[in-house]
Design a protein around this ligand. Structure first.
Ligand code: IMP
Length: 467
């Protein structure tokens, strides 16, 4: 097995580990999960869908995974897309095809997809974007991937599931749903409902003919029936063989003591049940989400690893108290290449936000930290930590709530530490880091109240220090 003895020691004694993020995502879970995949037998993505963008860089190149779990580069690891996730069959099929083209092995022997995950259909993406437009100045800043509308359908107990793709009646079901969605699209926009028009015009004529005319008319408006169906057929051929009941497989691995890593899609502060509503996603990246998606209970999880950077970032809307609007923020954004991996949006950057991260640690169930991208801070004279907030003249070391009304009033109280002004990339032992870097890491650890057991100092797989 590849990897290091430190890696083996770390992952080896955690039969079930969950890799999540205490804040707003984009902190390097992909890299940590790719590293873990050298030592474990299963990686299970447990929430979200193609809104995630997990970046992995190793000797084979740079990869950005959206739907495929980040363990896929080790063909011996069984990757699972579990029921808590939502699946866009078309984009997942394309992602798999692209990965195969560059030599990544993907088949039913290393990727299984839950039959019961909800399908993201083109109308979900349309509704997502429409909703954002309607919100005007109050946009959530979603990724536009149709996540909210798909999970809403799930909550409404409607919509398609992955297993429906395999149903011989699927195309009829699809036609009916598309017709409904087309009518809805027109209704929302105050346009005449096409079928009503035709029914009026063709009053008294053959109903089959009316249905056919409606179908033809539909092809030219909001949804291209034939093109979508063709894409879905292609996607079904690719993902169909991997669709199965995933829970018995997960439980079997667990019962046999094979090592499992759960991979979250986003971060705890984006959890639907966090108080940061409405600036959240529609699923559960917290460790509780792993439990809901796999049936593996909290008491059976050996470690919940919270991946966070040495500074904070956020994409999309919503308050970010430690945001930097100056040249330091711009510098970190540039050096850290802080662009959304899914949407290409510029990420907002701030000093590491301790109150927000501590809150995320609590609701995320996190017990150990992986601190990433410390090398991005290498050149700074001073490095800030947002240690508390001031709200209405009062100091808060911990925030009582992630309520945007509270967070948007919070002014950051920043402690400045000396920078190290030395290159940390290439260093492979904690002891060998510059003294100021160690001071910084230790201070963050003190504030977070959780051990920092992994420090990452570069995008490549080897740039990892177990401490
Ligand atoms: P949605 O998940 O597309 O509905 O977006 C809801 C919020 O979550 C927006 O602020 C997004 O920017 C944010 N979000 C969703 N997925 C990710 C992610 O993978 N990384 C960071 N932010 C995300």
């Amino acid at each position: 097995m590849a990897g290091s003895k430190e890696g083996l020691a770390y992952w080896g004694d955690k039969p079930v580990a969950v890799v999540t993020d205490p804040s707003w995502g984009d902190n390097g879970k992909g890299k940590v999960v790719d590293e873990a995949a050298q030592y474990v037998e299963m990686v299970a993505r447990y929430n979200g869908g193609p809104n995630s963008g997990h970046t992995v860089k190793n000797e084979r190149g740079k990869f950005v995974f959206h739907g495929v779990p980040s363990g896929i580069l080790n063909p011996e690891v069984l990757c699972i897309i579990s029921t808590g996730s939502v699946v866009n069959p078309i984009s997942l099929g394309e992602e798999i095809t692209e990965l195969r083209k560059i030599g990544v092995e993907i088949s039913a022997s290393n990727l299984l997809i839950s039959r019961d995950s909800h399908l993201i259909m083109p109308w979900h993406r349309m509704r997502d974007n429409l909703q954002e437009t309607v919100r005007g100045g109050n946009k959530i800043g979603t990724t536009g991937q149709g996540i909210g509308p798909t999970y809403s359908d799930r909550a409404l107990r409607t919509g398609f599931r992955v297993k429906d793709l395999l149903n011989p009646q699927f195309e009829e079901m699809f036609d009916k749903e598309l017709l409904l969605q087309e009518r809805l699209s027109r209704f929302i926009r105050g346009e005449p409902l096409i079928s009503d028009l035709y029914i009026e015009e063709l009053d008294g004529q053959n109903t089959q003919m009316i249905a056919e005319m409606v179908r033809l008319a539909l092809q030219t408006k909001y949804y291209d029936h034939d093109a979508i169906l063709e894409q879905i057929r292609e996607a079904k051929d690719i993902i169909g063989p991997m669709v199965t009941y995933v829970l018995p497989v997960i439980w079997d691995y667990k019962d046999k003591g094979k090592k499992i890593v759960g991979e979250a899609g986003q971060g705890a502060l984006l959890d639907l049940d966090s108080e940061a509503f409405p600036y959240v996603t529609s699923s559960h990246p917290t460790a509780a989400g792993f439990t809901m998606a796999t049936g593996i209970q909290g008491k059976e999880i050996d470690a919940v690893i919270g991946v966070t950077k040495g500074y904070s970032t956020r994409v999309g809307k919503g308050p970010m108290p430690s945001e930097l609007h100056d040249e330091i923020g711009e510098y970190i954004q540039t050096v850290g290449e802080e662009w959304g991996a899914t949407t290409g949006r510029r990420r907002r950057v701030g000093w590491l936000d301790i109150p927000a991260t501590r809150y995320g640690i609590k609701i995320g169930g996190i017990d150990t930290i992986a601190l990433t991208k410390i090398d991005v801070l290498d050149e700074l004279d001073k490095i800030g930590i947002c240690v508390a907030y001031e709200v209405d003249g009062q100091r808060y070391n911990d925030m009582p709530s992630a309520d945007p009304d509270f967070m948007s009033k919070a002014k950051p109280i920043v402690e400045l530490l000396p920078g190290w002004r030395k290159k940390t990339s290439g260093i492979r032992a904690f002891e060998a880091l510059p003294v100021e870097t160690k001071q910084y890491v230790n201070r963050v650890q003190e504030y977070l109240g959780k051990p920092i057991n992994i420090v990452s100092n570069g995008p490549e797989r080897e740039a990892i220090i177990y401490s």
